[in-house]
Ligand binder design. Sequence first.
Ligand SMILES: Cc1ncc(COP(=O)(O)O)c(C=O)c1O
Length: 234
Amino acid sequence: MGNSNNERYLESQAARESNARSYPRRLPIAILEAEGIHVKDMDGKVYYDCLAGAGTLALGHNHPVVVDAIRQMLEHKRPLHTLDLTTPLKEQFVDEVFASLPEAFAKDARIQFCGPTGGDAIEAAIKLVKTATGNRSILAFQGGYHGSTHATMSLSGTLGQKEKINALIPDVHHLPYPYAYRCPFGVGGEETHRISSKYIENLLRDPESGIVSPCGMILEVVQGEGGSIPAPIE
Ligand SMILES: Cc1ncc(COP(=O)(O)O)c(C=O)c1O
């Protein structure tokens, strides 16, 4: 057993949780409390939380507005689970999402309530484009990260997580991402953007491209795991 409280929790975690743990290997702490931008570990040390729930805790931990909304919900006997049956609160949420969209888009938009994760959203999108087009191949990008489910892993560039999983989903094709600084075509700058667009255009037009008509293309407008790389407008 380690001497610190953190170590005791980490040893227990390592003994009882699967090897699929990722962040604890790089951030070996156990967290007791969190408020705003701060988290406090089991040894009383306070950190700035730059993980921020992978960017989802935009208001920080336990923001009074969020805590109050949760309290209201519990005190007013609001249902915690209704499958996809609607509720006044869900209606209000949809109103606000639609109000935040550009008007022309909102007019014909539909909302899909997926599971809570990014991977769930991508899975739903894959099923949607496959159903809508009847096509099967998908274009993705090198350096992309889309999640850790079977299908999203297939779309990702990240090799570490997929190397040992046989037969990921078929018909996924990884294109070079238009990264001007580490240019996949060895030229760099604006030329990277031009060649990348040309490459994709050619691939879509060429009856000998080897890729049957795709159902869709998945693209991070700013690659995250791949290295904070924005895609050019082109
Ligand atoms: C661009 C991108 N897509 C999808 C995902 C997967 O999201 P989740 O881990 O919530 O399934 C992530 C997660 O880091 C992501 O960065």
